[in-house]
Design a protein around this ligand. Structure first.
Ligand code: SAH
Length: 254
């Protein structure tokens, strides 16, 4: 079930060329769809990041990653002009790309755990690849990203979307993420983009000592909330945070 995309390395310290491109002759320009992306997408992302900062995201590693990844490349062309709004958007098969503020918040929580001397996480498991956006953001802050998706159509779409970015440290897997991905374990971080009634035991089992898990979960009130779990000396400590709205965690593949 595992599949490694064969990209060589390169990510986005921001797209290369806004100013240089602006002087290109119109006839020579590639076709770019309507506003909010393309040559001015760095400016639009910078505004998005400023808003994230105003909403309380303060980790510079997260803000830099959110500024680097071109979210418009992960949504359908009809939705491109909404790509930098703080909203979830449909990505097909009844699923959604998470809101930027939620992606940023969850990765910030993940990074509050143990990181190396450079402030990077080691291996991270993402459950629910969807369109691949969050995997790309994670690739900026983690050594290796294993991202698993249960819907073949979205797994394929993510591979397609991510090809452009050539991220050598992102490994896309097709399978049921409720079992985690034992071959990549232990993980410094586990992050889920879909929520069930409990956190699968496989996830806490596959968490490294000193590692952190961030996931939505339906709590006693019947509402979904963000849950953070930290593993230390084999003990798992759980903290329940704010209410969130994620798609359901489902078992099996389709
Ligand atoms: N991080 C994604 C968000 C996608 S929505 C992005 O950036 O686009 C959550 C995804 O979780 C959906 O694609 C859904 O199919 C997937 N999912 C739900 N249950 C799953 C499971 N058990 N294993 C793997 N993926 C699952």
């Amino acid at each position: 079930m595992s599949r490694r995309p064969s990209f060589p390395a390169r990510l986005a310290n921001g797209p290369a060329q806004p100013a240089a491109r602006a002087s290109t002759q119109p006839a020579a320009r590639p076709h770019v769809p309507a506003a909010g992306h393309g040559m001015d997408s760095q400016a639009v992302r910078t505004r998005m990041v400023q808003k994230l900062g105003a909403q309380g995201v303060s980790d510079p590693r997260v803000l830099a990653a959110m500024a680097a990844v071109e979210r418009h490349r992960f949504v359908d062309s009809a939705l491109v002009n909404q790509a930098y709004e703080d909203t979830s958007l449909p990505i097909g098969l009844g699923q959604t790309i998470s809101k930027p503020s939620v992606v940023a918040r969850m990765i910030e929580l993940l990074l509050a755990g143990s990181t190396d001397a450079k402030g990077r996480l080691g291996r991270v498991l993402e459950v629910g690849t969807g369109c691949g956006y969050q995997a790309a953001v994670l690739s900026c802050v983690a050594g290796e990203v294993y991202s698993i998706e249960r819907l073949r159509g979205l797994h394929d779409k993510a591979r397609e979307n991510l090809r452009h970015f050539r991220l050598a440290n992102v490994h896309l897997l097709f399978g049921d993420g409720m079992a985690g991905f034992a071959k990549g374990a232990p993980y410094a971080g586990i992050i889920a983009a879909a929520g069930g009634a409990s956190i699968p035991a496989a996830w806490t089992d596959q968490l490294a000592d000193g590692g952190r898990l961030v996931a939505p979960m339906v709590t006693a009130t019947g509402q979904q909330a963000l849950v953070v779990m930290e593993k230390n000396a084999g003990q798992v400590r759980q903290t329940i945070l704010e209410t969130v709205h994620f798609v359901p965690l489902k078992s099996g593949i389709a």
